[in-house]
Design a protein around this ligand. Structure first.
Ligand code: NDP
Length: 336
């Protein structure tokens, strides 16, 4: 039973020695619990925050803890009526091959309805983040322009495609020509490479009528290029700031907060952060219904980036923070 624990808190970019692979006995199951064998582990940007002890919306992991994460698992032993050996469940059992979980903390998946891995991506937390953030805060109207960065990932790709379904124009920002070509295949109206030297000019040219909704996944230089292009009454759901997650010091240069406040005031901007869990009670059922339908109809497509072997999870996770993943990053734990 292999597992990956937090060996040390990263300073800046995580390195392989911040993780440790351990072999431990398979745990015992008590009443109301299940023994799970992990098939797939989801790797997500929020895990970087949990590795730090900076104050955030969630408790940090302790050094030595198993790395947290959503999983798709086979039930191999059950002490809970209604869940059987052989069932497939969505769990939060982390970076390990075997885990014991309370039955009330897992959700049964029906593989006849959708491939189980989609519960980690388009029909899971990232897809819900896109749906709730865009529709609750962004509220795109027909004919408006929606811009999203990290646009080839599970959150950004869903944002752009839902924007299209709502009749808006979708402009995606991604790293490199391959990811940009993929956005065009998905039906984005334009795709801009944020690594291009004239990125800000290219973005401005792609939004001749300005930006009505900017779904913020990235921050940093991308935000700097977006801010001057925001229209009066633009909405900015602040979902993530991945360009800042490995930052160790404050950015250089003058304090730009006053200019930002002035832009918010004079252009009547709405800039609103959110954590997807706050919308689960009100929007999750709508999400599952609508998004399943859109996926089924091919109106929302998704791409997965599958890495084989739990021992390869740390390198894959480090790579994701640098943009080396292409699609929803998932570890196929079952291969080892
Ligand atoms: P992705 O699969 O899109 O992976 C992250 C991507 O971010 C990378 O592939 C890279 O894409 C891009 N990126 C990394 N560094 C930079 C940079 N400096 N500048 C521009 N782009 C960069 O991740 P997800 O779809 O899972 O997550 C997207 C965002 O949503 C993250 O910020 C995440 O924290 C946030 N999130 C927030 C939630 C919430 O509840 N608020 C819930 C879930 C996710 P590229 O090569 O295109 O640059």
């Amino acid at each position: 039973n292999l597992r990956v624990v937090l060996a040390s808190r990263p300073v800046g970019e995580p390195v392989l020695s911040d993780f440790r692979v351990e072999s431990v006995p398979v745990p015992e199951v008590s009443s109301g619990q299940l023994l799970l064998r992990t098939r797939y582990l989801s790797l997500d940007p929020y895990m970087r925050g949990r590795m730090s002890d900076a104050k955030s919306y969630a408790e940090p992991m302790a050094v030595g803890d198993v790395m947290v994460g959503g999983t798709v698992c086979d039930v191999i032993e059950s002490r809970e009526p209604g869940i059987d050996v052989g069932d497939i469940v969505l769990a939060f059992s982390g970076w390990q091959q075997y885990a014991v979980a309370d039955a009330r903390h897992v959700r049964k998946l029906d593989p006849r309805l959708a491939p189980p891995r989609t519960a980690l991506g388009v029909l899971g937390m990232p897809g819900f983040t896109a749906y709730a953030g865009l529709l609750e805060i962004g509220r795109p109207q027909p004919g408006e322009t929606v811009v999203v960065a990290a646009a080839s990932g599970p959150v950004g790709s869903a944002v752009g495609q839902i924007a299209k379904i709502k009749g808006a124009r979708a402009v995606g920002i991604a790293g490199g020509p391959e990811k940009c070509a993929y956005l065009t295949e998905l039906g984005f109206d334009a795709a801009i490479d944020h690594r291009a030297p004239n990125f800000a000019e290219q973005l401005a040219a792609a939004v001749p009528g300005g930006i009505d909704v900017y779904f913020e996944n990235v921050g940093g230089a991308v935000w700097d290029a977006v801010l001057p292009l925001l229209n009066t009454y633009a909405r900015v759901p602040v979902c993530g700031l991945i360009s800042q997650y490995n930052r160790t010091s404050r950015p250089e240069g003058p304090d730009r907060a006053p200019a930002l406040m002035s832009a918010i005031l004079t252009r009547s901007l709405t800039i609103r952060g959110f954590i997807q869990s706050e919308f689960v009670g009100t929007r999750y059922a709508d999400f599952i219904g609508e998004m399943s339908e859109w996926v089924h109809q091919g109106r929302v497509q998704y791409r997965e980036d599958i890495v084989n072997g739990l021992e390869n999870a740390p390198a894959a996770f480090i790579g994701m923070l640098e943009g080396r993943n292409f699609g929803k990053l998932i570890v196929n734990v079952g291969m080892t």
